[in-house]
Design a protein around this ligand. Structure first.
Ligand code: PHE
Length: 325
């Protein structure tokens, strides 16, 4: 009987010291397994006197049950602890910064284009597009640009045939729009244009935005208002504009428009009142209709706004440049 007590004490101590469920399982096998220490005690029954056997047997059973109970309690405790550990390892710290995905952004020119579109749309203009491959009638003749004009020279433009070329400006969209619709007209038309130029301030392909407004009694005041509105929204409320006399075959009078920005006057666009000959070429009566038109270079606007020195940066696809805007 002393031996049983000793074994139980020893077993209880080992159970208590178990650090995890697999250690505990080893202790269970050691004492209660088929060949375990407690199980083996039963084999000693035969060696005992018959009257001692029930007492001894009951004591072994009691020891067995006690150990079983302790093992189960310990198992509960250990598996609870292991669960807690596992959950702690799985826990998400919601205060950590997220894994940010790089999602890119629009090219600087697209940004400027959208910005200008929003501004003119808010003034009631709609956005229209025209073809980049044009005929000389839409690109020149209908715009009061006669045969002798240097813009028509093959040295200055890209011709496919005598009469088909890459448009040299977005102004032919004025013609296409007036032929398609009737006044009042308020449109802008962004798009690519092509000229035989290539240096730090000129590209053979660049982007313009045409504007055309046609109604009764349109004056330079209306043109100036729209341009001032545009300029203060793009360049800030301190920006001013200045109209200088200029010449375009399709406007009369014509202006070059400068913006006051960063302590300097910078030329950003050409504009003017639609020439009566342009109205005639689309069948509008110039005695009834009047209008203004303008054409601005998107690269130019971006260069002025952001101080970009070389127009070729727009097409170099230097990631550092692109990421900068
Ligand atoms: N088409 C002219 C150019 O490309 C700009 C312009 C447009 C001027 C409309 C006046 C009116 O230079």
């Amino acid at each position: 009987m002393d031996e049983i007590t000793k074994i139980v004490q020893q077993a209880l101590e080992e159970i208590q010291n178990c650090e995890n469920s697999s250690e505990l399982n080893s202790v269970r096998v050691k004492y209660l397994g088929k060949k375990g220490i407690v199980t083996s005690l039963m084999k000693k029954l035969k060696e005992l006197a018959p009257e001692e056997r029930p007492i001894f047997g009951a004591a072994v059973n009691k020891a067995k049950n006690e150990l079983l109970k302790k093992i189960n309690e310990k198992l509960d405790e250990l598996s609870q602890r292991e669960k807690e550990k596992k959950y702690a390892a799985m826990a998400v710290d919601v205060t950590l910064p997220g894994a940010r995905k790089d999602i890119g952004h629009f090219h600087i020119l697209t940004q400027i284009q959208k910005e200008l579109e929003d501004i003119f749309i808010s003034m009631g203009f709609s956005v229209v597009e025209g073809p980049e491959v044009e005929d000389t009638w839409h690109n020149f003749d209908a715009l009061n640009t006669p045969e002798w004009h240097p813009a028509r020279d093959v040295q200055d433009s890209f011709y496919f045939t005598d009469k088909i070329l890459l448009r040299t400006h977005t102004s032919p969209v004025q013609i296409r729009t007036m032929l398609n619709t009737q006044p009042p007209i308020a449109i802008i038309s962004p798009g690519r244009v092509y000229r035989r130029d290539y240096d730090a301030t000129h590209l053979p392909m660049f982007t313009q935005m045409e504007g055309l407004f046609v109604d009764k009694n349109v004056t330079v005041k209306h043109l100036k208002y729209c341009l001032e509105e545009m300029v203060t929204r793009v360049f800030g409320k301190d920006a001013k504009i200045r109209l200088k006399p200029s010449f375009f075959p399709f406007t009369e009078p014509s202006f070059e428009v400068d913006v006051w920005f960063g302590n300097d006057w910078l030329e950003i666009l050409g504009a003017g009142m639609v020439d009566p000959n342009v109205f005639k070429s689309v069948g509008y009566d110039p005695e009834i209709w009047s209008g203004f038109a303008f054409g601005l270079g998107l690269e130019r606007i971006a260069m002025v706004k952001y101080g970009i020195k070389d127009i070729r940066d727009f097409i170099r696809n230097d990631v550092k440049f692109l990421e900068n805007y």
